[in-house]
Ligand binder design. Sequence first.
Ligand code: SAH
Length: 533
Amino acid sequence: MPSILIATDCTSHVHLIVGHTPLASARATRSLELGARVKLLAPADAPLHYNLLQQISSGAVEWIQKDIVTREDLTTLGREEVMGVVDAVFVTLSVGCAQNAQISALCKKLRIPVNVADSPSLCSFTLLSTYTDGPLHIGITTSGRGCKLASRIRREIVSHLPPRLGETCDRFGRLRRRIWQEDYAAVDAGGEGVPAEEDEDLGQGAGFNKLVVENEEGWEERKGRRIRWLSQMCEYWPLERLCALGEGDVEGLLEGYKKGGDPVVHHAQSILPPLPTLPKQGKILLVGSGPGHPDLLTTAALNAITSADLILADKLVPPPVLALIPRRTPVHIARKFPGNADAAQEELLSLGLSALQSGKTVVRLKQGDPYIYGRGGEEYLFFSAKGYAPIVVPGITSALSAGMFAGIPLTHRGVSDQVLICTGTGRKGELPVWPEYVKGRTTVLLMALHRLGEVVEGLKSRGWGGDMGCAVVERASCGDQRVVRSTLGEVVAAVEEVGSRPPGLLVVGEACGVLRGVSEGKKWVVEEGFGGF
Ligand code: SAH
């Protein structure tokens, strides 16, 4: 049986979300966006998704620390106006969980709309795959036949829509209201029987095409003419033409209406400016995702991630950043492994290109900053040559931030007034030209730890002393960040002992000892963990 599709205004409704997984987090975020109040029911010791923890600490989400949902919860956690009954329940527990059926049955008895993840038979409502552009909402359901398919269909439909359709809806709504006001003002003098503004779309009866006789216009006649006029515009104008309407055109149309003109004729006479050609253009963004912690993404990067049609990510982009990608957005992660880097890169570029050619918005997500050893420039040239010049969104580079997370100010008055970023790996894995020792300069070497012995030898050959302070910073800003503080003379032994935890880099120079050093008599110190912000 088909279902009725309903758009519900959730402002200030109470949504009860049961569970603590990324899905619970996604639900919470969506409910908050819709203006609902979110209460999360999960055990006190539940390992809450990172995003949920944040929403709780900011006060956006209230955490009800309980293991089991009871009837009392369902009938007391809600709004006062509805006597404490919650407005909707979203269960995000795992599929086999016994609570699923119990909560569903309770909700159904209490007539509370309930959605149980991946269990259509337990749901009293399901969620649509939606697209939103201002006042325009498009929702797709396959009635439980597959939400991935629904989202594919949605994307397909959306990719065929003319641009700025949401704006068009707004503009049309304004025109409609202006015409109503016009008629209202015209008959108000006579006064009687003029109703409040109503939804006239429903009123298109058999008289739709009836000719309206002049000099007979009371409220009802005007209403008929108004509906006919607006309907003709909706029905007969090409959608592209509607979308090309500007704010100024609204006034022109209103004049046309007042003079009793026909909107179809109005269109045919091309009073409006010629249609701009607006085919859906593929768009690509090269986006830097920062060194690891998701808080280090820029807002521009986050917006790009959440609005992409396709994400092409580097292998290095860490899981907490990938977790921000909407669940339905396809993601391809470069299959880079030693010896396959070029092939993986080519695969990525050709995937990107074909998505662009079909009008998609592609986000090429790169670790750190796209232009610091990220092949970002090469990708820029590649896509530009094909006619799609990328928009580049910078990211915080590990080269400049890893030292900071290890307590090393890369410049420090009287100690270091230069920073050099270089690599331990040249083209095709060759040895690079090693940077010479310059007093007052901090040197940061990326892609250098797999051959640390050679790096140290190389540096020594260029004037660096064995007692120069250095630090190996690995997985900077990630939960398992590790810093090994040592000297050039000892660092190889230190890393041999503690092992490696890629990605990591080497910072060398006097600045390494400014804030924290290696205590007397020790050859190195190891510091574990990253405390967050
Ligand atoms: N575009 C990236 C760098 C890519 S090259 C950026 O701007 O950060 C890959 C190298 O970056 C790794 O070999 C490592 O040296 C360094 N790197 C990347 N992320 C890192 C991190 N979180 N901590 C330490 N080094 C990192």
